[in-house]
Design a binder for this molecule. Structure first.
Ligand code: GRF
Length: 214
């Protein structure tokens, strides 16, 4: 009998409310395909830590304010993450710029969700920027993490309409609903062995997902 694929061991990194974490807990964390083995936060007050604890998931806090430099923090973070031996890292509102050594260490096994239609609006305040630009649509993107901020190979995007009377809060709520749909879907592809980063291109079932952008 062929051996069963072991559940993909996942660490989720958060800084805040953790609504994406909740979507991952509800739609990914089944112990068969995937197990969230730990949730790590740089912010001890992140509400997402309570969501993890309520789901019986281990939590760890590494407060960046206690470290003299980004490199020192990232080294400690890497040690902590590696102690869990994860297969996949999911950034879910982790509000830290990661140093190149850390990003390279997890090459091909670190994924992020960003609240814009990348390559538009890398960085912060994405919804306000889309509104000010007069865009008629907005959305979110899941991508592999590479050293350039919010620039890694795209895995999946979702689009929503942007209405004239939207403000950043109404738009964020509409986009978040889509984030909660596409992030678990992408993570499930990875957990099932269907999604890989190959020569800088995200591949699903052996085919480039966004050939024209890569
Ligand atoms: C999301 O919009 C995510 O795309 C961005 O930060 C926000 C986190 O929200 N990176 P939550 O903590 O998952 O509710």
């Amino acid at each position: 009998m062929p051996g069963k694929r072991p559940a993909c061991r996942i660490i989720v990194l958060i800084s805040g409310g953790g609504s994406n974490l909740q979507a991952l807990i509800d739609n990914l964390h089944d112990g068969e395909l995937a197990t969230i083995i730990a949730v790590v936060s740089n912010n001890p007050d992140a509400y997402g830590l309570q969501r993890a604890a309520a789901a019986g998931i281990a939590t760890a806090t590494l407060d960046h304010r206690h470290y003299p430099s980004r490199d020192a923090y990232d080294q400690q973070l890497m040690q902590l993450i590696d102690s869990y031996q994860p297969d996949l890292l999911l950034l879910a509102g982790f509000m830290r710029i990661l140093s190149d050594p850390l990003v390279n260490h997890y090459h091909g096994r670190m994924i992020n969700i960003h609240p814009s239609l990348l390559p538009k609006y890398r960085g912060l305040h994405t919804h306000q920027r889309a509104i000010e630009a007069g865009d008629r649509e907005a959305g979110c993107s899941v991508h592999f993490v590479t050293p350039q901020l919010d620039s890694g190979p795209l895995i999946i995007q979702a689009r929503v309409p942007l209405y004239r009377d939207d403000d950043a809060a109404t738009l964020a709520a509409r986009v978040l609903k889509e984030e909660h749909r596409i992030y678990p879907a992408a993570a499930r592809w990875f957990a099932a062995g269907r999604l890989q980063l190959s020569a800088g291109i995200a591949m699903l079932d052996g085919h480039p997902i966004y050939p024209s952008l890569n």
